[in-house]
Design a protein around this ligand. Structure first.
Ligand SMILES: Nc1ncnc2c1ncn2[C@@H]1O[C@H](COP(=O)(O)OP(=O)(O)OP(=O)(O)O)[C@@H](O)[C@H]1O
Ligand SMILES: [Mg+2]
Length: 511
């Protein structure tokens, strides 16, 4: 018989007006990696928060190492060796990496002052362990990128020397290689006997790393499966509760560029050391992908064109006209929209309602003749888009901070679609989005293109690039290393260019 480390018995959770978990029972075996999967809003994070002392269950029991835990707090959980890496990064931007890792537990010397040498040394070791040997622990968190921040969160969890580790979507902002590195760390921890709960929307990862999988849907436990005896398709069907066909393809891809109308032209764009003199054209109704390794300068390019970041040089032409875009408001006035990556950092108004978060850039559409907000129009606009994206929320007046991570992301996308942009920039649009909702987002993008909008998408997901884009620019070290039309966009070709190698497309005929 396996030893049970954490037993969840008939757990139910209600928030004011919302029933979340209902009667969930799971026995977590000591030393296993148990994956928890389910659609956005299936209540995965809520359950994890209960296990780590963030929320109290409304009813039911949680029994850890044979002891029932009542009124568990995060501090108490930490003492018991339970650590959680949250879905939303929770580091303090103004503090250094080292101070974040040892937050509340800074090593002190005999006089009670922070022992800086000790802090540096221990931080360096932990950073090495998570694959960041060259990161100076004194760097401020605000100066490192999202994937580095994710790794610092992991270093922080390791510093706690937990016996029971909960990882809530740790890889959503990591590249394939970084995720693989994290999995190696997890395997090492497993060898040390540490039990892990692992949440991810990347189902192939889940299959690769877990021993067992539990599926949640609408707050209920649907099934528990041994990973070795499970097919991805079975897992997906129990997640979505209906037949699901994988692999999105658009009805049509742009092939004839001879009559294509340039909508956006970027000439000689330079952004710091990140983007080096790139020029490209986006055509009307086209979905142009920009890919490359993280750090290749993709997001920086988008941000700079949008006026959110400073560029050293670069002219932007929209429909043949040179435009002065130095601030996002200039970009918006020219019909541009940007859905940025890393939703919490950049784009949500956490204290505002779902409705306000959706309508905030489309205020002009909902003003009355007297320039007052027409509440009914505002509601209708928010309602239309939240339904199209199936944002799961009890009401539109719910504060957005209370939505699940994936549903927050959908609300940000809804915000920009509601503004009917002529040119839409999407930066990692499906990060943290479940497999069913991804297809819904793809369909909406497809429809926008069909209606004449043009889209630039930055995505690290290979399949997303291949199945959606008309054309892909591959960046390497700040430059455009190559261009692939849909018909040539194979994984092999993309990876070759991403690694900075030359590609010979002798069979290539498009111009
Ligand atoms: N503090 C809260 N107040 C009200 N409702 C809440 C609160 N926290 C969570 N919820 C609700 O609980 C539901 C489940 O959210 P949860 O974050 O657990 O989902 P999830 O499975 O982690 O989804 P995702 O994959 O998008 O992260 C959501 O519908 C959310 O609106
Ligand atoms: Mg979640």
């Amino acid at each position: 018989m396996e030893q049970i480390i954490y037993s969840i018995q008939h757990v139910t959770k209600e928030f004011p007006g919302v029933k979340v978990l209902s009667d969930v029972s799971i026995d977590v075996r000591k030393g296993e990696i148990l994956a928890v999967v389910g659609e956005n809003g299936a209540d995965k994070s809520t359950l994890m928060n209960i296990l780590s002392g963030g929320y109290a269950p409304t009813s039911g029991k949680i029994i850890y190492e044979g002891q029932e835990l009542t009124s568990l707090t995060p501090q108490h959980a930490q003492k018991l060796g339970i650590a959680m890496i949250h879905q939303e990064l929770s580091l303090s931007n103004a503090l250094s990496v080292a101070e974040n890792i040892f937050e509340g537990r800074l090593p002190k010397n005999r006089l009670g002052f922070v022992d800086k040498a000790e802090l540096m040394q221990r931080s360096k070791l932990l950073l090495q362990e998570v694959g960041l040997p060259n990161l100076d622990p004194r760097t401020l968190v605000r100066d490192i990128n999202v994937s580095q921040q994710q790794m610092v969160e992991i270093a922080k969890a390791l510093s706690l020397e937990a016996k029971f580790l909960i990882l809530d979507e740790p890889t959503s902002s990591l590249t394939v290689n970084e995720a693989e590195y994290l999995h190696q760390i997890m395997r090492t921890l497993k060898e040390k006997g540490i039990t892990m709960l692992y949440i991810s929307h990347k189902l192939d990862e889940t299959m690769a790393i877990s021993d067992r999988i539990v599926v949640l849907r609408d707050g209920q436990l649907i099934t528990t499966m041994e990973t070795a005896a499970t097919q991805i398709d079975d897992m997906v069907s129990s997640m979505v509760g209906r037949e699901y066909s994988a692999g999105y393809t658009r009805a049509q891809y742009k092939q004839d560029y001879s009559t294509a109308k340039p909508i956006l032209e970027v000439k000689n764009l330079n952004v710091g050391k990140k983007v080096k003199n790139i020029s490209f054209t986006l055509y009307e109704g086209e979905l142009l992908g920009i890919t490359g390794l993280v750090g290749a300068g993709r997001s920086e390019a988008l941000q700079a064109i949008f006026g959110a970041d400073k560029r050293q040089s670069g002219d932007i032409y929209i429909e043949g006209q040179l435009c002065q875009i130095h601030h996002p408001s200039d970009a918006i006035a020219h019909g541009l929209a940007l859905v940025p990556e890393g939703r919490k950092l950049q784009s949500l108004f956490l204290r505002f309602s779902v409705k306000e978060n959706i309508t905030i850039v489309s205020m002009r559409q909902v003003l009355s003749r007297l320039k007052l907000i027409n509440r009914k129009k505002e509601y209708t606009l928010a309602d239309t888009y939240s339904q199209r994206l199936r944002v799961k929320t009890p009401t539109l007046d719910q504060k957005i901070v209370n939505l699940s991570g994936g549903n927050q992301q959908k609300a940000v996308i809804a915000r920009w679609l509601a503004n009917h942009p002529k040119i839409l920039f999407l930066d990692e649009p499906t990060q943290g989005i479940d497999i069913g909702a991804k297809n819904e987002i793809y369909e909406i993008i497809d429809e926008m293109l069909h209606n004449g909008a043009s889209v630039i998408m930055v995505s690290s997901e290979m399949q997303e690039n291949i199945s959606l884009c008309d054309r892909i620019l591959v960046m390497y070290d700040g430059e455009i290393a190559g261009e692939l039309y849909h018909k040539d966009a194979t994984e092999q070709n993309i990876v070759t260019l991403m690694a900075g190698q030359k590609l010979d497309l002798s069979a290539h005929t498009s111009t």
